[in-house]
Ligand binder design. Structure first.
Ligand code: NAI
Ligand code: MG
Length: 382
């Protein structure tokens, strides 16, 4: 029996191409796994009215972790129009499968490494080695929103917050409210994950990126909790920055930072900024991590214009598989995959279009695979 059970979720479009690329590399490095293909994505929305059928979440529950490619998701009207005729008019609502996976499996931590591989022509600067920890389930994306704003909600807010009074003249339909919810537990978990990672991976600091001078309560709680957690990690410094200033510092001196920790919305923005510093979507890997389950995915989508062309950069997906190896405790395999990717980038002979080359997705997968094989002597399966 294989050591690990991995749910295999290619999804739509280029998700299929980049997953195939990652598989070549995983097999070459000798990862001892059995893979269980799962249904996810637009096809299943169209034919069944559910892009994440219950059989897929059941499958995930029987595995150790999932690798996920990408999905297509279209706006409300198109979603309804593309449904199988027998399913239309039944009030089916499309909900993002990845958001549902984060909620159902309590994948509270989103980890996004942004490393400037030497020789990558897309790096904004050399020497960047950032890892963003983004809280994945609460904050501004907690899903507590109002429009129109019910009278009771408004009444309670007016009774408890003088700042609410200035909106007196606005009718409830002309106002929308999104609640930014931070819990002590949520804050503690994300900050602790960031510190543990910093300690385990040789980083000297953790930077909390918030805005406590204005968002006094929510960012204030994040920062207070960060100071508490930091006491348990005396070897790691806690740096505190404001999100707006940080956007400038990250462009000016990205090499000065290491592990960053943010609440949900700030982390979403900061992680895209950091990804672009080191090559953009073709390099942006991520892990959605819970206490006992995790889903790894590149942050790009299904890139419909490149479907079936074997053209896109599979490195983001290969690095997502590498994060999975690391999370499963296969640190040595993870290191070999990262080194292989680094070598291919440094040599510069095999580059997809985004890097200015004309190599295919499979060319990159094969180049990384050759490096992986020569670094370990593992034989290629299948
Ligand atoms: P996208 O990420 O699919 O592609 C945008 C553009 O980025 C592409 O046209 C291509 O030029 C470039 N790109 C993306 N991945 C690349 C790669 N691996 N190598 C080289 N270049 C790459 O975003 P878009 O076009 O906004 O969305 C397409 C579909 O994907 C939509 O249906 C959207 O809802 C969905 N989506 C899904 C995500 C997910 O599965 N987590 C995330 C983002 C979008
Ligand atoms: Mg995003």
């Amino acid at each position: 029996m294989a050591k690990y059970k991995i749910a295999w979720l290619p999804g739509d479009g280029i998700g299929v191409d980049v997953m195939a690329a990652a598989r070549t590399v995983l097999d070459a490095v000798g990862f001892d796994a059995e893979y269980f293909p799962g249904d996810i994505g637009w096809e299943f929305w169209k034919s069944e009215g559910d892009p994440l059928p219950p059989r897929t979440t059941d499958l995930l529950r029987q595995t150790d972790a999932a690798l996920f490619g990408a999905i297509t998701s279209l706006p409300k009207e198109e979603a309804e129009n593309e449904l199988d005729p027998s399913l239309r008019g039944k009030g089916l609502v499309y909900r993002s499968p990845i958001v549902r996976l984060r909620q159902e499996f309590r994948l509270r931590t989103n980890r996004r490494p942004c490393y400037a591989f030497p020789g990558n022509p897309l790096n904004v600067a050399d020497g960047i080695d950032l890892v963003v920890f983004r809280e994945n389930t609460e904050g501004m994306y907690a899903g507590v929103e109002f429009h129109p704003v019910p009278g009771e909600v408004r009444g309670v807010l007016e009774a408890h917050s003088p700042a609410m009074k200035k909106f007196d003249a606005t009718s409830s339909d002309d106002m929308a409210i999104t609640c930014r919810i931070i819990t002590r537990q949520g804050a503690r978990d994300i900050v602790r994950d960031a510190f543990k990672y910093a300690k385990g991976h040789g980083y000297g600091s953790v930077t909390i990126v918030e805005k406590p001078n204005v968002l006094r309560e929510t960012s204030g709680l994040m920062v207070r909790v960060a100071r508490e957690v930091a006491r348990d990690f005396p070897s790691i410094e806690l740096w505190e920055t404001n999100i707006d200033a940080m956007a400038m510092w990250l462009i000016k001196n990205p090499q000065n930072y290491g592990v960053l920790v943010c609440s949900n919305l700030f982390g979403d923005v900061v992680s895209d900024l950091c990804a672009q510093l080191v090559g953009g979507l073709g390099f942006a890997a991520s892990g959605n991590l819970g206490d006992d389950y995790a889903v790894f995915e590149p942050t790009h989508g299904s890139a419909p214009k490149y479907v079936g062309q074997n053209k896109v950069n599979p490195i983001a997906m290969i690095l997502s598989a590498q994060l999975m190896l690391d999370w499963l405790g296969e640190g040595e395999l993870a290191a070999r995959v990262k080194r292989a990717v680094a070598d291919v980038i440094a040599e510069g002979a095999v580059r997809t279009y985004d890097m200015g080359g004309s190599s295919s997705t499979t060319d990159v997968a094969e180049a990384v695979t050759r490096k992986v094989v020569s670094s370990g002597g593992a034989t290629r399966r299948g």
